[in-house]
Design a protein around this ligand. Structure first.
Ligand code: NDP
Ligand code: 8X3
Length: 256
C-alpha cells in the first residue's frame, strides 16, 4: 500500500454522500484536501468535522462544475501550495427524474448532461495538464452500474454514466505512456442524498428506493476509492463495479 500522506486530493461534490466520505478517509490517511461543491456552507461543516476528527490541511472551493470558466479560474487561481494536485476524484454528479423518454424534462436532461459529463470533462482537462507537467497523478471517476445497464426511466442518467465509462476508457488510452493513472469506480445502490435529488426533494419516494434491502453506504464507496488510490504506482485499477449483496442488477433487487 502506498501512502497518500501529504498528497493533494481534489474531490468534486464533497458536500455530501460519497464525496464527503472520500474526504474523511483521505483526511484520516493524512492527505491534504481541496473540497469543491456548490454548497459552501456544507463544505464548511465537513471541514469542521475533519478538523475535529482527523486534522489536515483543507482548501474549500465553492464551484459549479457546469461553469467552464469558473472551473478554469478555480484551478488556475489555486494558491501556490495547493497547485500540485496528485489525485482528482471526479465525484460531482446527480440524477434528475425517472421519466420515460417521451415525457422527460429538458431541464433535468441538461442538468445531468452538463454536470455528469461536461463538468467531469472540464475539471479533468484543467487538472490533467498540471499532472502531466509534474509526471504524477491519478484520476478517479465515479461512474455507476447505470453506465453498464440501462433501466426503465434511466434513459438520460444512464446515458451520462455510459459516457463516464467511455471517457474513463478514453482517458486511460490517451494517457498511456505517462505515469497518470485512471480509475472508474462504478457503484450500484448507495444510500446518500442521491434519490432525494433525483426526486426533487420528495423524501418519502427517495426513502422507498432502499426499503426492505440493505444498500451500500457512502463509506463503502470511499473505501474502494481509497484502495484504488493506494496501490503501488505501477498498478492501475481500471474499473471497479460494486453493488449491495441485495442487488443483482439495475432492475433486480431483493427486498424483505
Ligand atoms: P449526493 O447527492 O449525496 O452527492 C452529490 C454531490 O455532487 C454533492 O456534493 C453535490 O454538491 C455535488 N454536485 C452536484 N451537482 C454539482 C455541480 N453542478 N457542481 C459541483 N458539485 C455538484 O449523491 P452521491 O454521493 O450518491 O453521488 C456522488 C456520485 O456518485 C454521483 O456522480 C452519482 O452519480 C454517483 N453514484 C451514486 C450512486 C448512488 O446510488 N447514490 C450509485 C452510483 C453512482 P452541491 O449540491 O453542494 O453542489
Ligand atoms: C446510481 C445507481 O441504479 O440508481 O448511479 O442508477 S442507480
Amino acid at each position: 500500500m502506498v501512502s497518500v500522506a501529504n498528497q493533494i486530493v481534489l474531490i468534486t461534490g464533497a458536500s455530501s454522500g460519497i464525496g464527503a466520505s472520500c474526504a474523511k478517509i483521505f483526511a484520516a490517511a493524512g492527505a491534504k484536501l481541496i473540497l469543491a461543491a456548490r454548497r459552501l456552507e456544507r463544505l464548511q461543516i465537513l471541514e469542521k468535522q475533519i478538523q475535529q476528527e482527523c486534522p489536515t490541511d483543507t482548501y474549500l472551493i465553492q464551484l459549479d462544475v457546469r461553469d467552464r470558466s469558473a472551473v478554469e479560474n478555480a484551478i488556475a487561481n489555486l494558491p501556490q501550495q495547493w497547485q500540485s494536485i496528485n489525485i482528482l476524484i471526479n465525484n460531482a454528479g446527480l440524477s434528475r427524474g425517472l421519466d420515460k423518454i417521451q415525457s422527460g424534462d429538458f431541464q433535468d436532461w441538461e442538468e445531468m448532461i452538463d454536470t455528469n459529463i461536461k463538468g467531469l470533462l472540464y475539471v479533468s482537462r484543467y487538472v490533467i495538464s498540471g499532472m502531466l507537467e509534474r509526471e504524477y497523478g491519478h484520476i478517479i471517476n465515479i461512474g455507476s452500474i447505470a453506465g453498464h445497464q440501462t433501466y426503465p426511466g434511466g434513459n438520460v442518467y444512464c446515458g451520462t454514466k455510459a459516457a463516464v465509462k467511455a471517457i474513463s476508457e478514453g482517458m486511460k488510452l490517451d494517457l498511456v505512456g505517462t505515469p497518470i493513472r485512471v480509475t472508474s469506480v462504478d457503484p450500484g445502490m448507495v444510500e446518500t442524498e442521491f434519490s432525494q435529488v433525483r426526486f426533487h426533494g420528495d423524501v418519502e419516494r427517495a426513502t422507498s428506493v432502499y426499503q426492505g434491502m440493505q444498500p451500500l453506504t457512502a463509506d463503502d464507496i470511499a473505501d474502494v476509492v481509497f484502495f484504488c488510490a493506494t496501490r503501488p504506482p505501477h498498478v492501475n485499477i481500471n474499473q471497479v463495479i460494486l453493488m449491495p449483496v441485495d442487488q443483482a442488477s439495475s432492475t433486480l433487487v431483493h427486498r424483505r
